[in-house]
Ligand binder design. Structure first.
Ligand code: KIV
Length: 513
């Protein structure tokens, strides 16, 4: 039986590589490990953990993930350069199962203007890079960058070369998001029919979302013989993003009549993964986003509500539970006990040791004193703030004087690496005063580019969630977020979160020339 006739679809998640390399999405080592463990628990087949040669920090992250992950294959990206491939091989060494993913552009426009080489030289680069990668592992993926704008007959030659040299997965990326479902499906079919050996390896999709067609293109590809989908949580990725894992997986599961394939994803982990990536990157999921948006399972119209109450299937094609959204997310209040709290944390997919659980419970009680109803989202925010307790900068106290008569003043105390620093600073409004105080206590060159507040849940006593974006003079974007019942405390926490990320990024990053 040829590979493309099997029914298993390999889910290849590139949240930590394609996702992480897009503006404002950078994650620190602990955050990457957390995401990787979540993907592993969810049943993702391959985790692209990073681009080992990009920086020492990326190398360390791929290596740490490779050492930690139990089930998924851990993969590193590498350009068609020996240094990249050797570094990727070194980074994936601790993995139970590792993969090197090497790539080369194949389109005329890339070869002429970016690489300044002809097609023969391109074939030589493919030969050398795949052959070298195979010396380190027998699990080698080769990608034809800009495949969808490549002359088809040359693409078939390039694919043949990569297969001949030992690539076991061939990826045909729609790098610029130019394809449509019809032509992408035809391209996959063309390669299976015209590139020798293509029916014996796994063909893969990697669709950017510039025209909003990434999910549709990926699905068209598998109907035409592709057996791996590259995707990211929440669809984060370069420019308009990548194929959203939750969309392709739920489309395959929900429309098994159209897509009679097997995906080994435990979909009940989807919401947790989505929230985790949202919290870490600060990239808010739009409310009407398919599967994971806040409104994805909300029914507002009277007719729909009436139908759903009588029979959920009248207006729901998937159950909220199938993606990990609990039916009633009104959880607890101040009378809820330790046991109920522990159960809820487990239901939400978190695992805490005894001490961490006790700390989280104390904070839950403090929150419950201020807020009558505690929702799942409140608990997720609380656990998120627990995970920051080891951060180098901690908020000790904040007192604001504000109102109609300025200037507004912030009295702030921060713990910076164990030392308490205090400042009283004025500003044009309470947020400005708070941020001026943070800048006075922890001087840095990045400037504030975005500040946004939303309510985590409904109700007058909802916690505020603040997302901010800093930009360094070199154009590096860092997001931070913070949640609190007090919007100004949430604002301070968001800024501190971004500063901690900035500091750890600067500390770990020695860019490779
Ligand atoms: O978009 C692209 O072409 C890529 C490849 C390196 C897979 O990200």
């Amino acid at each position: 039986m040829t590979v493309f006739m099997t029914h298993k679809i390999v889910i290849f998640d590139t949240t930590l590589r394609d996702g992480e390399q897009s503006p404002g999405m950078s994650m620190n080592l602990e955050e990457k490990l957390l995401v990787a463990e979540t993907l592993d628990a969810m049943g993702v087949d391959v985790i692209e953990a990073g681009f080992a040669q990009a920086s020492d920090g990326d190398f360390e992250a791929v290596r740490a993930i490779a050492g930690r992950i139990k089930n998924s294959v851990v993969c590193s990206l590498a350009r068609a350069k020996s240094g990249d491939i050797e570094r990727a091989a070194e980074a994936i060494k601790p993995a139970k199962q590792g993969r090197i993913h090497t790539f080369m552009s194949t389109s005329e426009i890339h070869l002429t203007h970016q690489y300044r080489i002809d097609q023969n030289a391109c074939l030589e680069m493919i030969k050398d890079s795949v052959t070298l990668a195979r010396k380190f592992t027998d699990n080698v993926e080769w990608s034809a960058m800009d495949a969808t704008r490549t002359e088809k007959s040359f693409l078939a030659c390039a694919v043949e070369m990569a297969i001949k040299c030992g690539a076991t997965t061939i990826n045909l990326p729609d790098t610029v998001g130019y394809a449509t479902p019809d032509d992408y499906g035809q391209l996959i079919k063309y390669i299976i029919e015209n590139a020798k050996g293509a029916d014996k390896i796994i063909l893969s999709t990697h669709c950017q979302n510039d025209l909003g067609l990434a999910t549709a293109n990926s699905l068209a590809a598998i109907r035409n013989g592709a057996r791996q989908i590259e995707c990211t949580i929440n669809g984060i990725g370069e420019r308009a993003g990548n194929t959203a894992l939750e969309e392709v997986v739920m489309a395959i599961k929900t429309r098994a009549d159209m897509y009679p394939y097997k995906v080994d994803i435990d979909t009940t982990h989807i919401m947790r993964a989505s929230r985790l990536v949202q919290n870490i990157t600060g990239a808010l999921v739009q409310v009407n986003k398919a599967i994971v948006g806040a409104n994805a399972f909300a029914h507002e119209s009277g007719i729909h509500q009436d139908g759903v109450l009588k029979h959920a299937g009248t207006y729901e094609i998937m159950t909220p539970e199938s993606v990990g959204l609990l039916k009633s997310n009104l959880v607890m209040g101040k009378h809820s006990g330790r046991h109920a709290f522990k159960d809820k944390i487990k239901q939400l997919g978190f695992e805490l040791g005894d001490n961490a659980l006790e700390d989280a419970f104390t904070r839950f009680k403090l929150l419950a004193d201020k807020k009558k109803d505690i929702y799942d989202e409140d608990i997720v925010a609380l656990l998120d703030s627990e995970s920051r307790r080891e951060d180098a900068i901690q908020l000790e106290s904040l007192h604001i004087t504000c109102g109609t008569v300025g200037p507004q003043t912030a009295m702030l105390a921060l713990r910076v690496g164990g030392e308490i620093r205090r400042a009283t600073v004025e500003g044009n409004g309470p947020v400005d005063a708070t941020y001026n105080a943070i800048c006075a206590l922890v001087p840095h060159v990045a400037s504030l580019k975005l500040y946004q507040v939303s309510a985590i849940t409904q109700g007058m006593d909802a916690q505020a969630e603040v997302t901010i974006r800093l930009e360094t003079p070199e154009g590096r974007i860092i997001n931070g977020n913070g949640a609190n019942i007090d919007t100004l405390v949430a604002s301070a926490l968001a800024y501190i979160n971004a500063l901690c990320k900035l500091q750890s990024l600067q500390a770990r990053e020695t860019l490779v020339p």
